[in-house]
Design a protein around this ligand. Sequence first.
Ligand SMILES: *Cc1c(COP(=O)(O)O)cnc(C)c1O
Length: 424
Amino acid sequence: MHYFQYKNDQLYAEDVSVALLVQEYGTPLYIYSASTLTRHYHAFESAFSDIKHLICYSVKANSNLSVLKILGQEGSGADIVSGGELFRALRAGIPAKKIVYSGVGKEVSEIQEALLADILLFNVESIQELERINTIAQDMDKVARVSLRINPDVDPKTHPYISTGLKENKFGLSRPEALKAYKLAQTLTHVDPIGMDCHIGSQLTSLEPFMEALGRLKEFYTELQGLGIPIQYLDLGGGLGITYNEEEPPHPKELGEAIGTSLQDLDVTLILEPGRVIAGNTGILVTEVQYLKENGEKNFVIVDAAMNDLVRPSLYGSYHRIAPVCQKNREEVVVDVVGPICESSDFLAKDRSLPRVAQGDLLAIFSAGAYGFTMSSQYNSRPRAAEVIVQGAHHILARKREVYNDLTVLEESGLTLVTEMSKD
Ligand SMILES: *Cc1c(COP(=O)(O)O)cnc(C)c1O
């Protein structure tokens, strides 16, 4: 459920007309609905109210400071995957005690920063990482709380680029390796192995993979208890899918009930790291039609948003619903919606039946709140889009539109160097 609805044939973000927002902020424009965001957060959070739990929103889905701040105020923690995301989460006021840190390639400086902040847990993905964290913690006279990320070898039945819990994926440790790592952790003085973690993939549309992964974690939990390693935190990662087109993912409630039943006999705090399910349908990307052209075989709608703004269609072949901001009665035509970038993979929709549009019309690309802006780039030297947050009748600019100077500002010092070199 989201708050992007048509009123008198005009698309609204909550109580604000999208056309009005475009007048004020231009296109391409990301629009987020704060009420949708908090609604999704609470729908998810309350699904686990029967068990001890902590929701750590996955920052990489949408890391805008205002988005993080809103979620933090609602009580969310954060799942981070870099020092930059730690910086954002802390800036947004999310307490370090609610931050967990995932990712296969944590650098020394990033580990130091996280220890300094005193985050809740490191989700450790290799034996070398465990040793590195121990050494750094020792140098800093701290003890790092750690979970080991288990790769449960479960097929999440999603796009191969976003499945992470298969043996062939780079993530986590196989069970034998994880066992070695826990035994090693017991002997290390500056790590405290109190958690167990997994994350099997993204955009999951059934409960089975979650329950299969949880089953494997529970077996392992029992084995560790036997070894005198008491696990206090069980982190099941993120991954619950959303409806882009016709998918019917389970409601968080169903996930909560299934997990709750399965964890009845365990005295652990459950951690969840939802990203897409919180932020995905919280945002739209609005774009203006620039040109129409036909080549006999295809009808192209060329818009001012491109793969640099929203890469999911190009990267994964993902489907995003697209609809005109102004809904008039028009005949449907089959079109490709494409951007201005010089790549044939620069498309937002292929062979899509859309109401016939005209130059200057606005199109809304739905479900763009997760892995939209965060995956954007400046490719083709296109300044990044602006981001706006709406709540009720209010709207604020959550991130300014980039300008040409933002494209070159970090290169200016190099420019003077080149000028000086060419003098010699
Ligand atoms: C990306 C990621 C998530 C969030 O995944 P969603 O599918 O957006 O819920 C959670 N945990 C980890 C470790 C991740 O890499």
